[in-house]
Write a protein that binds this ligand. Sequence first.
Ligand SMILES: NC(=O)c1ccc[n+]([C@@H]2O[C@H](COP(=O)([O-])OP(=O)(O)OC[C@H]3O[C@@H](n4cnc5c(N)ncnc54)[C@H](O)[C@@H]3O)[C@@H](O)[C@H]2O)c1
Length: 443
Amino acid sequence: MQRKSKKHGDSDMTFRNIRKVPTILRNPAGKNDTEEGVTMSRIMMKTPLVEMDGDEMTRIIWKMIKDDLLLPYIDLKTEYYDLGLVKRDETDDRITIEAAEATKKYGVAVKCATITPNAARVREYNLKAMYKSPNGTIRAALDGTVFRAPILVKGIDPYVRTWKKPIIMARHAYGDVYKNVEYRVEGPGTAELVFTDTDGKETRQVIHQFKGPGVLQGLHNLDASIEGFARSCFAYALDQKMDLWFSTKDTISKIYDGNFKEIFEKIYENEYKEKFEAAGLEFFYTLIDDAVARVMRSEGGFLWALKNYDGDVMSDMMATSFGSLAMMTSVLVSPTGIYEYEAAHGTVQRHYYKHLKGETTSTNSVATIFAWTGALRKRGELDGISELMDFADKLEEATLETIESGKMTGDLALITNIENVEKLDTEGFILAIRETLDKKLGV
Ligand SMILES: NC(=O)c1ccc[n+]([C@@H]2O[C@H](COP(=O)([O-])OP(=O)(O)OC[C@H]3O[C@@H](n4cnc5c(N)ncnc54)[C@H](O)[C@@H]3O)[C@@H](O)[C@H]2O)c1
């Protein structure tokens, strides 16, 4: 059957994957010409992607990527949710919940960066409330783990010379110091850890006999949350065909960190060992300090799972070491295998205000492009559409080859060792990728 245009939420399954349609040709000056008679194959989709639009400069990039790099090649089917702050305010943030529910239904989503409102944003957008972070809401709904992966490109070398392949970071996003209870001890006294069960039975342990002032902190975590984290990590390592490393400090924290270690080992033995062995992959547990030393000496190419605080610290080190926040993707994976792809950076507010003033911007769209390719590839894999997976590969290759040829945005021009770089503006860079892509596709 022939489809006239993209329909959001259309789940018709009775069509071929490829059909002939007029292609939209975009000339280097940025004008659109629809050339009737010039045809190319657009890739058909079966199940819609959940598309979550966002804010500021990334919202501008989002549209450019769709118009220039996706719609000419794909009969893009998405179920569209506008998570821009204006719409979130209009719907009292219900739109975010609806987007999360749709993600559960369809299994794959792609998300644009969004503003997490603070007091300044409440004033700026005249908001009814200081809404929660959309990422936090979606993560809670999917019980997911966030995996961050650097995008490696020749000419932008990681600060750590040995790193040749990406290191994917997985951070447990529940509990520990982020849900702590703290206490300032003003003078001598006894601090105790007391647990009262539902029958009223108390268990007490002395933490410390204070002889003078000091501080106290209470932490907790939940087996269910750690189990979900472990399953997401094992599933994503299999998905990426990468070894999984996990590290804690269980020699010092025998019960708390020991519990993390035991849960990972139990789930591995019972649910994933055979799959890992069949895929030739390894699950490797070591102490956090040993892991840090090994990571620094490694070539990369593995997934590193970390507790909440360790992941917080290490993922920023990793992002910096690999060059730029704009070259880092992020995917939220639920224990049941639901995927939500996004860029790891924010809405690039400073560039947006320049854009509003009519000034030229040079915003890096690579991570947002890779969010789309990640989602399209996964959709292709789940629906058995190899053309969609090939297209995602080609678009990623075209993006990297464009940079390697010396055409890039300002942030990369500052850190590359490629000579005679051509610094492009936001849309110029996307159009340069389009040119490389067309050559690869023989269009
Ligand atoms: N996942 C998300 O949706 C997400 C994540 C972080 C921040 N935010 C939101 O983004 C807004 C801006 O936050 P921020 O300024 O702290 O973070 P940001 O990531 O937008 O910017 C941080 C710095 O990195 C630079 N940068 C980031 N991405 C870039 C790109 N693609 N190209 C060129 N330079 C880039 C910026 O110019 C800035 O100097 C805030 O409202 C925040 O709530 C959203």
